[in-house]
Structures are given as structure tokens and as C-alpha cells.
Design a protein around this ligand. Structure first.
Ligand SMILES: C=C1C[C@]23C[C@@]1(O)CC[C@H]2[C@@]12CC[C@H](O)[C@@](C)(C(=O)O1)[C@H]2[C@@H]3C(=O)O
Ligand SMILES: O=C(O)CCC(=O)C(=O)O
Ligand SMILES: [Fe+2]
Length: 300
């Protein structure tokens, strides 16, 4: 805990060279309640190494309780506070920072999170109820630690999605069927390919379904709907569990553009059965364009 007291009047003569504060309005704002903020969070880390979080889940009550305990401590007479010093490794420090001559207009209390009860030195300062302070500290630390872990997980998920070497879980492909209905747990990894060849990470959402247009639907719409090229990157932190319903045609069915969609237009595909498609697709590699074989070569 750090207190930067208001400088005493005589200190203002030393402040001549300090420019007035201009607030920067572009500090990245991350809403922790929104899973989509992962991308912004990583961008903020890359651009600034700094961001502000809202909807962080740390109860205001815990923040205010510890702040009021801290203010109570720093308001004690100096002789009292010094009983809790020096700050090596934990305790009260005043003006001098570290052991190597650094000084500042600052008072601070260095505490460890890993102690059941507060130290003997601090107990004497906190008078009749030192455990009230420790409780406030523990409540605050547990909530802040939980938030820090969530932020780290978001970073890890996103970083995982950024490095794709050696991390492919399910390689790039289009689904053969008409429609795929995908439901996954809360683990990231799914990416879809955009027209410019870049990959877009799909934020996981365990309460929604994702729908893929498959190769068969691309043919049925004569190329108007595009089967989406997608892949899944492995996540070393958490297993991804997906349940996918592949809606496909019966084996003997002819796959061809729907006449109602043609309106005199040329078919981009020659006629084929689902069986033919499967036979060829199942002897091809995952990333291959499985419709290539069935495309009509338009004379140029
Ligand atoms: C390499 C292959 C795996 C796959 C059959 C294929 O020869 C080409 C299509 C692949 C795919 C992709 C979507 C589905 O995951 C899948 C079950 C399907 O219908 O087509 C797989 C096939 C598979 O894993 O067997
Ligand atoms: O694991 C996933 O979420 C998607 C896997 C997939 O694309 C597939 O099996 O076709
Ligand atoms: Fe797929």
C-alpha cells in the first residue's frame, strides 16, 4: 500500500519544472464481463502494456474497507508507524525507497499476501483489532487475485490463438455437408478464414451454436453461399469439447444447384452424387478443395 501525501508547502518550490497534467483519453478500456475483450486486451498489451479494466468483479466493499484501513494506518503519528518499519522485506517505509539511496515524497506499507495473521510489528500498530486489518487485506487480495487470474487466462487464450505454429488441433478445411451446427465449451481455438486469407478467431460462447455452410450448400446455391474454411488451434491451457451436428444429404442424392436459384444462369458445377463426393473427399487431404473435381471448366 502506498500513500503519496500532499506535498508540504515548502516542497512546491522544488516543483517548478513539473508541467501541468494533461490526461490521455486513449487509454484502452477492457470490459472483463465481455469475452470479446480478449482481442482488445492483447492489443492493449502489445501497444501500451497498460489498460484499464471495468466490470472486474472485485466488490467495491472490499476496496473501500481496505482503503479505509490504510488511511487509518497512514494517519497515525509517525512514531507509531515507524514501529512497523523498516520495510525489509515487509513493513512501513517513509521517503526512502529500497536500500540504494532512492527517495520520494512517499509513505508505504509493504505486506505479504501469504500470511495468516499480521506480523508482531504490525499488530502493535493496529492496536486492539489487528485482525480486522488482516481480514480486509485477505478479502481484497483474494478478489484481486481472482481477477488477475481471469486476465491471465484471457491473455493465454488469445496468445495461444496468435501463435499457430505446431499448435494446429484440427487443420484447415471446409465441411462437406450442407450445414454443420457446432456447440463447444468455453475454450477458444476455432478460427475462420476470410477472403483475404487472414484468420479470424471466434470467441468461444458455450451458450450459443455456430453454423457452418458446407460444400454441399455451396453447390446447391451455385456458389452464392460459400462453405467456410475453418480450423481449430490447440489450446494448451484447456481442452476444447465440441459437439457438431453435420447435416448432409442421403448417399444416393444428386448434388446440384437448386433450379429455383439458377434463373437461366450457368451451373458452376457438374452433377454428382453425395456418394461420389464422399468417395473423392475421403481420399483427399483435409485442406484440399474437395469441390475442385466437380467444378465446371468454363471455356474462355
Ligand atoms: C481428411 C479427412 C477427414 C474428413 C474426411 C477427409 O478425408 C476430408 C473431410 C474431413 C471432414 C471435415 C469435417 C468433419 O470433421 C468430417 C467428419 C467430415 O465429414 O469431413 C471430417 C472427415 C473425418 O474426420 O473423417
Ligand atoms: O473442434 C471444433 O470445434 C470444430 C471441429 C471441426 O471443424 C470439424 O470437426 O469439422
Ligand atoms: Fe469442420
Amino acid at each position: 500500500m502506498v500513500l503519496l501525501p500532499k506535498p508540504a508547502l515548502e516542497q512546491f518550490s522544488l516543483m517548478r519544472n513539473i508541467k501541468p497534467t494533461t490526461f490521455f483519453s486513449g487509454i484502452p478500456l477492457i470490459d472483463l464481463s465481455n469475452p470479446d475483450s480478449k482481442h482488445l486486451l492483447v492489443k492493449a498489451c502489445e501497444e501500451f502494456g497498460f489498460f484499464k479494466v471495468v466490470n472486474h468483479g472485485v466488490p467495491l466493499e472490499f476496496i473501500l474497507k481496505l482503503e479505509s484501513e490504510a488511511v487509518k494506518f497512514f494517519s497515525l503519528p509517525l512514531s507509531e508507524k515507524e514501529k512497523a518499519g523498516p520495510p525489509n522485506p515487509f513493513g512501513y517505509g517513509n521517503k526512502s525507497i529500497g536500500q540504494n539511496g532512492d527517495v520520494g515524497w512517499v509513505e508505504y506499507l509493504l505486506l505479504t499476501a501469504n500470511q495468516e495473521s499480521i506480523s508482531q510489528r504490525l499488530s502493535s500498530v493496529f492496536g486492539d483489532n489487528p485482525e480486522k486489518f488482516r481480514r480486509a487485506l485477505n478479502d481484497y487480495i483474494s478478489a484481486v487475485k481472482k481477477m488477475a487470474c481471469e486476465i491471465l487466462e484471457m491473455m493465454a487464450d488469445e496468445i495461444q490463438a496468435l501463435k499457430d505454429h505446431d499448435m494446429i488441433g484440427f487443420g484447415e478445411h471446409t465441411d462437406p455437408q450442407i450445414i454443420s451446427v457446432l456447440r463447444s465449451n468455453n475454450t477458444s481455438g476455432l478460427q475462420i478464414s476470410l477472403n483475404d486469407g487472414s484468420w479470424l478467431s471466434v470467441p468461444p460462447d458455450l451458450s450459443s451454436f455456430f453454423i457452418n455452410v458446407g460444400d454441399s450448400l455451396q453447390v446447391m446455391t451455385n456458389g452464392r453461399f460459400k462453405s467456410v474454411r475453418h480450423r481449430v488451434l490447440a489450446n494448451s491451457m484447456k481442452a476444447r469439447v465440441s459437439m457438431i451436428y453435420f447435416g448432409g444429404p442421403p448417399l444416393g442424392e444428386k448434388i446440384a444447384p437448386l433450379p429455383s436459384l439458377m434463373r437461366g444462369k450457368e451451373s458452376l458445377y457438374r452433377e454428382f452424387t453425395w456418394f461420389e463426393y464422399k468417395r473423392s473427399a475421403y481420399s483427399s487431404r483435409l485442406a484440399d478443395n474437395k469441390l475442385l473435381l466437380f467444378e465446371r471448366i468454363t471455356p474462355s
